[in-house]
Each structure stands twice: as C-alpha cells, then as structure tokens.
Write a protein that binds this ligand. Structure first.
Ligand code: ATP
Length: 880
C-alpha cells in the first residue's frame, strides 16, 4: 500500500518511527543504509581532459607548430622545453582554476538548504542532506520541502508543486488517507521534495530521500552547476578574440615585410632562411601578445574576493554579483533586523478609556481590558521561551510573551488553559494573525496585527470592559495614540477579538467585525554600526532606501535616527505609491527614502523605477513573497535567517542579516574589480613592452630580441605570480569615496588604457636601448641583454601596478606581502635562467657578465622609476 492510502499511524509504523521523530543514533544508522539525501551531480570533466582541452587553443597550436619547426631545425632541447612549458602551464592553470571553483562551490554549500527536523524529540535545524526516511520535518511558509513524505499535521499548509505537476496554484494539504489510486497532484496528504511551502504550517514524516524521491526519479542527476561568467570575464573573452585577429594581422605583416626584403634583395639569405626568420618573429609576437595566464588569474582573484566577502558575512551565490556589487548605486533595504537589531521589547501599551493615572504595572490591579490585552497577545502567538531562556520564534511575538512572563503571568499557563483550536497564520501581506480558543465557554477568534489593519476591521472597541460601537471620537483617540507611539520609533501592534458562533475551520472572511482591545508598543533599537555605514554608502555615491512593512511614522522616525532620511527626503506608504503614476514616481524617486506598509508588488515597482534610471539596485528580502523582487533586482540580497525561497532567488546571502555587511561587500566588490584591473593592466603593459621591442627590431632589421622559450617563461611563469599578488592588493584609499562604476564600462576605462600604454612604452624603450647596447658587442649579447631587461622590468613593474593613484612607497611599500614575495620569487626564477647549463637554453652567452647585467638591470629599474614619476604627472590622473 502507498503511504497516501494509509492512515498516519500505519505510515509511521511502517517506517518504524513516531510523530516525535527518530533518535539521533537511529538516524545515523539509517544514513548508513540510505545515504545522503542529495542528488548526485553529473560528473564534471576530469582534470586530464581539461588539460587536453587547452591544447585546442589556437595560441597553443601556434606554439606547438613552433616547437615542430625547432625540431626540424635540430633544436631538440628548445622544442622539448616549449612542449614541457605548455604542459606545465596547462596543468597549473587547470588545477588552480579547479581549486578556485572548488572554493566557490564550498561557499555555495554554505547556503545549501536546511530542514527543521525532530531528533531526540527536539526540533533542530539540519542540512537537508542529513534527512533519512522516518524523520519528522516541520514546514512553514518559505521552506523548500527537502524530501518526500506523508503529512502528519497541517495548519492551512499550502504547497506549490508546480515543478512536479505543472500546476501553478498552491495545493492545500491535509492528513486524511486517500483511498484508491491517485495521481501525484491529487495526493493532498503528501509533500514532495523540491516543492515550496507558500502558506501555513505543518509537518511530515519522510518516506523517501535522494534518488527515491519523485523528483529524483525524474532528474536522476542534478545538472552540474553552470559556472556563470562575470561581465568582466565575458568582456575579456571578447577582447581576447579581437586580440587574436590583431596578432594574426601582425604576423601577416611580418611575413610581408620579410618577403618584401627578399624580393627587393635587401636580404641576402635564401628564401627558406628568410621565411623561417619571419616565422620565428611571428611566433614571438604571438607568444608575447597573448596573456596566457589571464583567465585563470581572474578566476583566482574572484575566488579570493568571494572569500573575503564571506568573512564579512556576505556569501556570494552568483559569481557575477562580485562585480555588480562594485557598481551598486542604490540599496533598498528592509528595516526590521537589517537596519535594526530585531530585539523587540514591549515598552508601552494602551487600552481605550484608560487614563495615564490609572495605568499600573501591577497585574493584580489590571482592568478587564488590560487582562484581555495580555491574553490575546499571548494566545494569538507562536513564540516560545525555553526553560534555559532560549527564545524561539518571531522577535515581535517573543517580546509579547517575555513581557507577560515579566509580569508574573506565565504565558505557558495561559496557553495550557486555553488551547488553540484553529489558526490563520501571520503573513506579511495581510499583516494579521488570528487564532481560535474557547474562553469562558465561548469560542473566540483572537486577532493581532498592524494597528491600521486591525482598526479597519473593528466594529467595536472594548472600553472599561464594555464593548462599544466604534465612533469617530474613539477612532480619533486610538489613531492619535498610534501616531504618538510611532513618533517614538516604536513598533505598534493592535489586538482584537470576536465571539464565533460557528464551529470548524475559519477563513480570512472571519477577520472582521472585531472588538478592539488595545495596543502594545515595542522598541527595536537600530543596529549600532548602521549610522556609519549609511554615511559611508552616501560618500560612495550609494543611496540607501528603507522598504518596510511597518507603520510609516515608525519607519520615518527610525530612518531619521540612523541618518537614512535627510531633511528634503520624503516617505511614502505602499498605498500612496500605488496612487502615483509611473511619471510621478520617476519624478520623485530620488527623494523617496522610506517606503512603509509596502506589499511585495510595491518592491518590484521600486526596483524597476530605479533600473529605469540606469541605477544598479540591490534589494534585500527574506519572505516567500520577496522572491520576485529579489530576482528583479540587480543584486538580490537574502537574509541568512530568511526563507529558502528568498535565498534561492538571491545573488548574495547575509549571514548576519546586517545592512552593514552589504556596504562592506560593496567595498570588497569595488576592490576586487580594481585588483583584477590592476592584474590585467600589469599583464598587458608587460606584453606591450615586448611587442614594441620585437617590432622595433624587425623594423631596423636587428636580430629577433626574444626566442619563444624566453617569452613563454616570462608570460607563463614569471608574470603569473605578480598578477595574482596584485589581486590581493588592499583597497585604494578612495575606494568608498568615488561614485559607483558604470556597469557597462569597458576593461580599459578609468585611465587604465593610459597606464598600460605608458608602462608598455617605457618597458619597450628600455628593452630597445638594452638590445642596442648589446648589439655593440654581438647579436647574442643583444638577445641576452634584451631578455634581462624585459624580465626584470616586468618583475619590477609589479610595484608600479599596485596603484594607479599612489606610488609604491605612497601605498606602503611593505603593505602587500604577496607582492614582495612574488617579486622575490621572480628574481629567483630569473636567477635560474643564468645558471650554467640552463643559460644556453635561454640564449644567454657565456660572456654575459656582471657589467652587462648591471646595464640591463639598470635600464629596467629606470623604466619602472619613470612609471612611478609618471603617476605624479597630471596626465596620469585617473578620472573616475
Ligand atoms: P520589514 O519589512 O522592515 O522587515 P516588518 O517586520 O514590519 O518590516 P513584516 O514582518 O512583513 O515587516 O510585518 C508587517 C507588519 O505586520 C508589521 O509592521 C506589524 O504591524 C505586523 N506584524 C508583524 N509581525 C506580526 C505578527 N507576528 N503578528 C501580527 N502582526 C504582525
């Protein structure tokens, strides 16, 4: 018999479990038998296959061709070395990229779904992969269902199973057995892995996990997560393609020049010799120009950036967000918990008809109204405080029961006395919650919610224990009180009740004709660091906008307290927003700092309005209904404490729910982008220097200053280390004082082109001078000197590449230890090339001694010094 056909008790028995769930020991044992509750990822390509893939690169093919030509010329060692270096590069590149990807995967794991499971009779949050058949799992709105199971309890539990049934309407679940055969979509007492709880609460016993679940049967394997590229990576790929064409054109030009020389008789060599020479020049240009290590360096720097963000409580789920963060112009943020501490404390209350003087803290002397107020607050409430003082549930509700406890009115006692019979759970759209209890032998609906919402549904007011019809005067008095509390930045809740004369379930229709009992006001202090953070964002050209479900006056008061709302700014309610046309909204948008009493649809409209103005917008959210707005935003930011649905829709998760973490993630995002650009500029400037020297030699008919091995050695080994080290550079001092970067900005924007050219020309010039000096002795000496100047200038360029605005000394010479380490290692690498036995491979003749070295090195140092001097000139200024 299928689980859905059986009564709950039989299902539990079949699974040898109970409604209290399994013990940890039993669960552990079942885990051994059933395995983890996860679908296996499709195998990724093994490393060796990826390494082979790199040999498809046209660039690598050219080099292999060069190796073959060398082989044909009898230069066996050279050929072998080219081949070895290519293999080494492929291995290092693939392994490093794999490692960086692994690190990103690990981060993604941190935001993997969890499940609230009963183990040893205690509710605990575990990773969803730990679930085993027999586990009892609790569900509430916003949860993903983590395994298949039979419903044990349902309180208006509604689940969207569209991914399995194609049905977009949520299905209400119940616990009764369903006789006979029924289709998946009709099994209303079951839930299936991957479904989404959109409303209500309930729990289920797990009947199947992993591949045995319905979704597992269909999917079998989880498609391996596609590694999405960031905009910059895409731009770089496009740029590399263009670069390829330029290189091809250059190579053709070189052949052309050589052919012309042979034809005009300038060259005395035979045709084959000339062509061979042209070929080696062309290869040199190709090797010199292509930044072989670039893409793995970018991946590594991005991975380092995401790690840094994770340490600052921001977990990146979608890699492009690292970059987009740096362009963020607007942060739309929730209030409760993000800007405030979400630590509510009841500080005041109000019951109509009670004067200030009558108010007493002593429950013994409370009026009927005050007793009712306490009763509704505690009964229409899901929060708990454990024996050890641990608070469970919504902080707003915890505050109410904590208050009751503090008045020696233990909430648990009241709940035992008047057990709950039915409920309409809280949701942030209705801003209401209701429960049903029998009190003094009368079935009663108790309701609490936003004061305006409750008030609108009241037909009576309890005044001195007497139900009186609502009058304009009474209403006015209550409204004034709400405003007075809200002005003090307090969160206000209103409480009401109504006798029910029906039995059975209740619907939203019942939440009307209520009797208003009173109000409670609670304080939720702003997070301490928020004030500075909003100021920091403002200086960085980022506007912070508060979007809250709370009352307008409360929201406004807090916004002013934390400096989010300035003098000329305005606050709107969701209702007022609905009344604005798109044009009116566009006109006012920049001045609106606070949106109160908003609905999820309002959130989408706000994001779209900012996007119309071309602003990159980050938006926070935590609830089920926030998902569409989180998807719409350029950067959806989910709260760590939020629902699975919200997390799934977001690009970033804040583990501490804190606004401050968004701003620090922006700072890291900007720095990561800066650093990637520094690494790119470093690589391109070095390559440009080499190309200039090669073309110059070609034009003057000098010997080719570099052979492919030298260039490969520099590009693949020597340059990679400093480029990665530059990726670790700390933030530029002005990182949070400049305007957000334009998201469409090209790679070379912001003065980068100028510095690449300036530094490339300087390196090129130094190499040319060095080669010319070498030529005075011999062609061999000219190659040795050109190589020495090039490699040392490129190594030393690391210092110049550290900042576009500061000199290496100004930026703190010893600040970036990675740079120092990389430069030292590069010196070591260079040292290897002049060792006896090795130097022949690098075409360094035996008579290249200290004197020549000093000249070559001196030229390199001079070039780099000039690069630093260049920074001090007005031409270098990097207008952002
Ligand atoms: P933010 O959107 O900044 O997080 P919020 O916490 O006020 O603000 P919601 O949790 O959606 O947003 O709550 C919306 C409104 O519903 C609150 O302002 C309050 O009036 C009311 N409310 C909040 N919690 C409850 C609750 N547990 N029961 C009844 N009403 C509530």
């Amino acid at each position: 018999m299928e689980s859905y056909q059986q009564p709950v008790q039989d299902v539990l028995q079949d699974l040898t479990t109970s409604a209290q769930g399994l013990t940890s020991a039993e669960a552990q044992q079942r885990l051994q038998t059933h395995g983890y509750n996860e679908l296996k990822e499709a195998d990724r390509d093994p490393v060796w296959k990826l390494i082979l893939e790199t040999f498809k690169d046209p660039m690598v093919i050219v080099l292999l061709l060069a190796a073959v030509v060398q082989l044909a010329l009898g230069e066996v060692i050279e050929a072998v070395i080219i081949f070895a270096v290519l293999v080494l590069n492929a291995v290092v590149g693939v392994v490093q990229t794999k490692k960086a990807e692994g690190a990103l995967d690990a981060l993604r794991q941190m935001s993997a779904p969890s499940a609230k499971v009963l183990r040893d009779g205690v509710k605990q949050t575990l990773a969803a992969r730990e679930l085993v058949p027999g586990d009892v799992v609790a569900l509430e709105a916003g949860d993903f269902v983590a395994a298949d199971g039979r419903i044990l309890e349902s309180s208006s539990l509604r689940v969207n199973e569209g991914m399995l049934t194609g049905e977009s309407e949520p299905v209400e679940k119940h616990t009764e057995p369903i006789p006979g055969e029924s289709a998946l979509g009709d099994r209303k007492n079951m839930v299936y892995s991957g479904a989404l709880v959109v409303y209500g609460r309930g729990n289920f016993v797990v009947t199947a996990t992993a591949e045995k679940t319905e979704i597992g049967k269909i999917a079998g394997l989880l498609a391996s997560a596609e590694a999405k590229q960031t905009p910059l990576q895409r731009k770089l790929a496009a740029f590399s393609k263009k670069l390829g064409w330029v290189i091809l054109a250059l190579c053709i030009l070189i052949f052309g020049v050589e052919a012309f020389r042979v034809w005009t008789g300038v060259e005395t060599e035979d045709m084959t010799g000339a062509l061979l020479k042209a070929f080696m020049f062309a290869v040199a240009v190709a090797v010199a120009a292509i930044p072989e290590a670039l893409s793995s360096i970018v991946t590594i720097v991005l991975a380092v950036g995401t790690h840094k963000m994770a340490r600052r409580h921001a977990i990146i789920r979608k890699l492009p967000a690292v970059e987009t963060l740096g362009s963020t112009s607007v942060i739309c943020t929730d209030k409760t918990g993000t800007l405030t501490q979400n630590k509510m404390t009841v500080v005041d209350s109000y019951v109509p008809g009670r004067s200030e003087e009558q108010y007493t803290e002593d429950p013994e002397q409370w009026s009927v109204s005050e007793r009712w107020l306490m009763q509704v607050a505690v009964l229409c409430n899901d929060a708990h405080i454990n024996q050890d003082g641990a608070e469970l549930g919504d902080p707003t509700e915890v505050a109410l029961i904590a208050y009751s406890n503090s008045k020696k009115q233990p909430y648990a006692k009241l709940r035992r006395e008047f057990p709950r019979q039915a409920e309409l759970p809280f949701d942030s759209d209705r801003k209401l919650m209701s429960t049903v209890h029998t009190i003094d032998e009368q079935r009663m609906l108790l309701t609490k919610g936003g004061p305006d919402v409750v008030l609108a549904r009241c037909s009576h007011v309890l005044v001195d224990g007497e139900e009186k019809p609502v009058t304009p005067e009474l209403l006015e008095g209550i409204r004034q009180q709400i405003e007075e509390f809200s002005d003090r930045a307090l969160r206000v809740l209103a409480f009401g009740y109504k006798p029910l004369f029906t039995s059975g379930t209740i619907t939203f229709e019942d939440e009307k004709d209520l009797v208003l009992v009173g109000l409670k006001a609670m304080i939720d202090p702003p997070r301490e660091e928020v004030f500075d953070s909003i100021e920091e964002a403002r200086k960085a050209g980022i506007k912070s906008v508060m979007i809250t479900g709370d009352h307008k006056t409360t929201a406004q008061a807090i916004a002013r307290q934390i400096g989010l709302m300035e003098e000329q700014d305005i606050a709107l309610t969701g209702q007022e927003l609905d009344d604005l046309s798109e044009e009116e909204l566009d006109q006012k948008l920049e001045r609106i700092s606070v949106y109160a009493r908003v609905s999820p649809e309002n959130k989408i409209r706000i994001v779209r309005a900012w996007q119309r103005k071309g602003k990159v917008t980050a938006m926070t959210g935590d609830g089920v209904n926030d998902a569409p707005a989180l998807k719409q935003a350029d950067i959806g930011v989910a709260m760590g404490s939020g629902t699975d649905v919200a997390k799934d829709a977001s690009a970033m998760i804040l583990t501490d729910d804190n606004f401050v973490s968004i701003v620090s993630a922006v700072a890291v995002g900007r720095t990561v982008f800066d650093n990637i650009k520094k690494a790119i500029a470093y690589l391109f400037a070095g390559n440009l220097g080499a190309i200039i020297a090669i073309l110059f030699a070609l034009a003057l008919d000098w010997v080719n200053p570099f052979n492919p091995i030298q260039l490969l050695f520099i590009n693949l080994l020597n340059d990679s280390l400093p480029a990665i080290a530059l990726g670790m550079e700390k933030a530029e001092p002005n990182v949070m004082r400049r305007k957000p970067r334009d998201i469409n900005e090209g790679i070379f924007a912001g003065g980068m082109m100028k510095s690449v050219i300036a530094r490339g020309v300087l390196i090129g010039a130094a190499v040319i001078v060095s080669q010319w000096l070498g030529l005075q002795q011999s062609p061999e000496m000219s190659i040795a000197m050109a190589f020495t100047t090039l490699i040392l200038a490129r190594t030393l360029q690391t210092f110049a590449a550290r900042s576009n605005t500061q000199t290496a000394i100004g930026a703190g010479f010893f600040e970036n230890k990675y740079v120092l380490g990389a430069v030292l290692l590069c010196f070591g690498l260079y040292g290897l090339t002049v060792l006896p036995g090795v130097r022949e491979i690098f075409s360094i003749p035996a008579d290249f001694g200290w004197d020549e070295w000093k000249v070559a090195a001196g030229l390199a140092a001079a070039a780099v010094t000039l690069m630093e001097v260049w920074k001090l000139t007005p031409w270098a200024s990097d207008k952002k």
